[in-house]
Design a protein around this ligand. Structure first.
Ligand code: CUA
Length: 357
């Protein structure tokens, strides 16, 4: 045939086969899908393994909407494939031009509206479910976000602690949250949230943890230099363990006189006013029966925590020594300055702080 014959590469059988065979794109997407499946692993900050009623509510909302989305995907892609095959270019065929179809236009306006209703109803329901008033027996905790650490106060128990929030399994927790400086965001992926923590107003989270474990949290709103170092832990204890913990927290630590020599030197160093700049530990930190500073974390029972400096260092001799030697070196922008402590002073302070159980 002459040069006017149809291009042999778009023969009918060929084009159908090309449509149905996986293209190169599919071969690239397959490993990506396998990688995404990896997100369901046992990761400490995965929202896919909720451990509270709040977390479970968010997770089931997510799953509900996911299956709606799967339905929409199958219908849309199915129609697309049918149309591609049915109306593909045929040799000698000519497209039929259509202008305006009231039925179709109403249909494709209504269909997305229906999809939105299916998403909006369970979403609103979940918002109301997790936003209700806390029950009477809830454990109240006032959360204060600071650059860059978390303060936890228990008004019912007379406890103030930092960076490690203890709660009891099965008991509702009512967090009332505010900020001492800029906007932060409280987020423990496995327990639900996240919620902004704003200066000058209170936001609330109510949840009931359902399994005893330690859950990692993280400030989730950019709040300055050490935003990424503003971590925390929620320790969900069995109820009797929580009672023991809260009783121990509510009493003052052992008196200085009962401590060893080195720890006593540490207590003196803690109280000493330093020149120049008047930096001293007591100005910023509270220790029950010793000092009343409120700028930094309360240290009454600091030895009972597992981490230091909002979760960035282990609470060990080495971690404490590193922190005291140069706080801004460990946590850029830290409000706690490097106050030029001597090695002897650091060793004494470590001994003292480790006695505060
Ligand atoms: Cu606090 Cu980011």
């Amino acid at each position: 045939m002459g040069h006017l014959s149809p291009n042999p590469s778009i023969r009918q059988g060929d084009s159908v086969r090309r449509l149905l065979l996986p293209s190169r794109v599919v071969w690239w997407l397959l490993p990506a899908a396998v990688a995404v499946v990896g997100c369901s692993g046992p990761f400490p900050q995965s929202t896919l393994h909720p451990a509270s009623d709040f977390g479970t509510a968010i997770d089931s909302l997510y799953r509900t909407i996911f299956w709606f989305a799967v339905g929409v995907f199958v219908i849309v892609e199915g129609l697309l494939i049918v149309i591609l095959i049915r109306f593909r270019a045929r040799p000698g065929g000519e497209a039929k031009h259509v202008h305006g179809s009231t039925v179709l236009e109403i249909a494709w306006t209504l269909a997305p509206a229906v999809v939105l209703v299916f998403i909006a109803v369970p979403t609103m329901q979940t918002i109301f479910d997790v936003g209700g008033a806390p029950p009477e027996d809830a454990l109240e905790v006032e959360v204060v976000g600071h650059q860059w650490w978390w303060e936890f106060r228990y008004p019912q128990l007379g406890i103030t602690t930092a960076n490690e929030l203890h709660v009891a399994r099965g008991r509702p927790v009512a967090l009332s949250m505010t900020s001492a400086d800029v906007i932060h965001s409280f987020w423990v992926p496995k327990l639900g949230g996240k919620r902004d923590v704003n200066p000058g107003r209170n936001t609330r989270i109510v949840f009931t943890p359902d399994s005893a474990d330690t859950y990692l949290g993280q400030c989730a709103e950019f709040c300055g230099e050490s935003h990424a170092n503003m971590r925390f832990r929620v320790v969900v204890d069995e109820p009797d363990v929580f009672d023991q913990w809260s009783r121990a927290q509510a009493v003052a630590p052992a008196p200085v006189e009962s401590l060893g020599d080195l720890a006593r030197q540490g207590a003196e160093a803690f109280a000493r006013i330093r020149q120049p700049g008047n930096h001293s530990c007591v100005a910023c930190h509270a220790i029950e029966g010793v000092s009343f500073g409120v700028l930094g974390p309360n240290l009454t029972h600091v030895a009972g925590r597992t981490t230091l400096a909002a979760g960035i260092l282990p609470n060990t001799t080495e971690g404490l020594t590193r922190w005291l030697r140069n706080p801004p070196g460990e946590k850029p922008g830290s409000l706690m300055p490097d106050i030029d402590l001597s090695d002897q002073e650091i060793a004494a302070l470590v001994a003292y702080l480790q006695g505060l159980e």
